[in-house]
Design a binder for this molecule. Structure first.
Ligand SMILES: Cc1cc2nc3c(=O)[nH]c(=O)nc-3n(C[C@H](O)[C@H](O)[C@H](O)COP(=O)(O)OP(=O)(O)OC[C@H]3O[C@@H](n4cnc5c(N)ncnc54)[C@H](O)[C@@H]3O)c2cc1C
Length: 623
């Protein structure tokens, strides 16, 4: 008899984080996937992180996930994006060796205590008394499980399109998962269709590198994991290259656009708006005479390059023409053609903030099956589903991150409250409290949870505690110390090239000036001289954001109060007078868990929220 506490279906970026978390939390875990050799395959570009995605990777790391550590070990180019902009919107990104990345994750999974990895296809989910009892596999196994986590990515009813050619597949040269899709439909889950796409890869020795622009990594690369030694981090820094489409490229695309499945009507699913295909870009932005392309190595040996920005599902012969029209790629030889893929995903409004189904409470979904796009978004959901499934086995309260605590909180709240009508990717603009959610504070914000769940070790926890205490003490100190316009102080300011002051000013407002540097800090506050550069920088940024963050606290405490007002199970919205029919319908459909979630549903008016508040408060008083 195959019996597990937790079974995870699919070993992509969500499945791996889910199963590692669950096994590390002591649960007997099964990770079942269609191909062990494809564990954590990077279906699209071999890169982890980026704007807002870097934040998620660091949050996964702070909670005890594996993505950042794997990236540090297998990265081949590290850069901080938006480095010239404010600290809150900078994003760490690393090009990775896609083979080493898979290998690292495969080895971790195969060597983790409590975790069994098994290659097979799950074809059916058997429900008994509104709970998952077992799953059935193609090879005829029945696997009994207390909790089930689905992380099937783009495989559910997957269909690849290249020109007029279309065929069932979960990813290039991999089978789709059709039976499971049917099984989910039978369970009453509402499935919808999305689309995504990928560009061609080309052989390195067919590229004229000397004719295009080289694009290197950072001079002083920063690791993504808080557990990687920053001082001794000295990874390979391979180059990427920049080239551009041109008028000839655009003419070829325009002439053949009718053969692109997106335009011929062959594809019905909605694609990622912020990651359009080249045919879409040429069509929509027809006044642009060129589009930037990045050539990114797929592995450390850099034998193959990914053409970032040239995602396409045009016929193969047109892809060849398009590529050869681009500077530096005149002789390019394609190793893998670009394609589009349509797949089923579930309407996430049926999920709770634990990522479990509202009715079938031991069924969890995470990753692209939830309508998101991106390895990072998938990994984050996997980790949260794994933690919650594990807590649920122990009958412990759910782990839910708030919007002011983490990008992961924003991601899950958006998904379960609003759902999504296009592949959901994270942006810094989605987070209303982004000043609180900088990458570098992820360990301070979330490390305590990782430690509590046993996913972060004591050494890391203590390191975070010391970092937090040092910065908090400095902030407290800067708030209590006044900087007077004395002769000496004015001289000091002049010496470091800072504007003078005419009134006494709190030290935090001097240190928080946009022109402050760690060199100036050494002179203005000599007692910080002995601190490391990293902590000095953090002190300056904390000072910079301090006043803005204070202003947001009022809003945050209002949100916290609303989150604490749980909406009772089985509430009869029809019986509450004053709610319009439309509002009742929406509340019945979304089944919000608390007043804050109710307030986030589109169409729920402030007066409807007031009515709910009155009624819930009354119920609490009456109990
Ligand atoms: C062509 C393409 C282009 C993409 N382009 C981009 C992009 O430009 N930007 C971006 O951010 N993201 C892109 N993505 C998305 C990115 O790859 C995914 O968001 C990410 O991989 C999702 O992770 P996941 O863990 O949810 O699923 P996946 O990584 O897809 O993993 C799913 C796993 O589930 C397994 N599985 C499925 N069904 C079963 C079953 N019935 N039984 C057992 N195992 C099963 C599969 O074998 C696979 O291992 C693209 C994906 C594809 C396919």
């Amino acid at each position: 008899m195959h019996k597990y506490d937790i079974t995870v279906v699919g070993a992509g970026h969500a499945g791996v984080e889910a199963s590692l978390a669950s096994a590390r939390m002591g649960k007997k875990t099964m990770l079942i996937t269609m191909s062990i050799d494809q564990i954590c395959a990077t279906s699209c570009n071999p890169a982890i992180g980026g704007l807002a995605k870097g934040h998620i990777v660091r949050e996964i790391d702070a909670l005890g996930g594996e993505m950042a550590k794997c990236t540090d070990k297998t990265g081949i180019q590290f850069r901080v994006l938006n480095a010239s902009k404010g600290a809150a919107v900078q994003g760490s990104r690393a090009q990775i060796d896609m083979d080493e990345y898979k290998n690292y994750m495969k080895n971790i999974c195969l060597n983790t205590k409590n975790l069994s990895v098994y290659q097979d296809e799950v074809v059916d989910i058997v429900i008994e008394n509104e709970l998952v009892e077992k799953i059935k596999t193609k090879l005829g196994l029945d696997i009994y499980t207390k909790q089930l986590i689905l992380t099937t990515g783009t495989f559910l009813n997957g269909e690849i399109h290249i020109g007029k050619n279309s065929f069932p597949a979960g990813r290039a040269c991999e089978k789709p998962s059709n039976n499971l899709s049917d099984s989910l439909s039978k369970l009453g889950l509402s499935l919808r269709r999305f689309k995504t796409g990928t560009p061609a890869r080309i052989i390195a020795n067919s590229i004229k590198f000397d004719e295009i622009e080289q694009h290197g990594g950072d001079k002083k690369p920063s690791p993504l994991s808080f557990q990687t030694d920053k001082q001794n981090f000295n990874p390979t820094q391979n180059s990427c290259y920049i080239t551009y489409t041109n008028k000839i490229t655009h003419d070829i695309i325009k002439e053949n656009i009718a053969d692109a499945p997106m335009f011929s009507g062959q594809i019905q699913g909605i694609g990622p708006r912020y990651c359009p295909s080249i045919e879409d870009k040429v069509y929509r932005f027809y006044t642009r005479d060129r589009h930037q392309l990045f050539l990114e190595p797929q592995t450390k040996e850099a034998n193959e390059y990914y053409i970032n920005g040239l995602s396409t599902s045009l016929p193969t012969e047109i892809q060849d023409k398009v590529i050869k029209s681009i500077k530096g790629l005149e002789n390019a030889v394609v190793s893998r053609y670009g394609y589009a893929i349509e797949y089923d995903f579930i309407d996430t409004k049926v999920l709770t903030t634990k990522l479990s189904h509202k009715t079938i409470t031991n069924l969890y979904c995470a990753g692209q099956i939830n309508g998101t796009t991106g390895y990072e978004e998938a990994g984050a959901q996997g980790l949260i589903a794994g933690i919650n499934a594990s807590l649920s086995c122990d009958k412990k309260p759910a782990f839910v991150l708030r919007r002011d605590e983490a990008y992961i909180g924003v991601l899950i709240d958006d998904l379960v409250t609003k759902g999504t009508n296009e592949p959901y990717r994270m942006f810094t603009s989605r987070a209303e409290y982004r000043l609180l959610l900088r990458e570098e504070t992820a360990d301070i914000r979330l490390g305590k949870y990782g430690y509590e769940f046993g996913l972060i070790n004591k050494t890391t926890h203590n390191k975070t505690k010391i970092k937090n205490e040092t910065i908090s003490l400095a902030v407290e100190n800067m708030l209590s110390v006044w900087f007077n316009p004395s002769k000496d102080n004015l001289k000091l300011l002049e010496y470091v090239g800072e504007d003078k002051i005419s009134d006494k000013t709190k030290l935090i407002d001097i240190v928080g000036r946009s022109t402050m540097t760690k060199e100036k800090l050494d002179i203005i506050v000599p007692k910080y001289r002995t601190l490391g550069d990293y902590i000095k920088n953090e002190i300056i940024i904390h000072a910079k954001y301090y006043r803005y963050i204070q202003k947001q606290q009022k809003q945050i405490s209002k949100m916290k109060n609303m989150l604490n007002l749980k909406i009772p199970d089985g509430i009869d919205y029809n019986s509450l007078s004053g709610l319009s029919l439309e509002v009742v319908e929406k509340l019945n459909l979304h089944k919000p868990e608390n007043l804050f979630q109710a307030s986030q549903i589109s169409g729920i008016t402030p007066s409807a929220v007031d009515i709910l508040l009155l009624n819930i408060s009354k119920r609490i008083r009456d109990v």
